[in-house]
Design a binder for this molecule. Structure first.
Ligand SMILES: [Zn+2]
Length: 55
């Protein structure tokens, strides 16, 4: 994923929907269950949850 964009993902653990930034340089966790939704790998986020939409 090269473009900077906002993604709507759903947490695989609790189904919570959350907006994350695709180039986040930090870890993004689910607000509800603390599941790690996105992990930074060399400046690019590795999204660990199914993407439901692009904003
Ligand atoms: Zn969750």
């Amino acid at each position: 994923m090269r473009k900077k964009q906002f993604l709507q993902v759903s947490c695989p653990r609790c189904r919570n929907r959350q907006i994350i930034f695709s180039n986040a340089s930090y870890e993004v966790k689910c607000f509800k269950c603390n599941y790690l939704l996105s992990k930074s790998t060399g400046g690019r986020a590795k999204v660990r949850a199914p993407v439901r939409g692009v904003l």
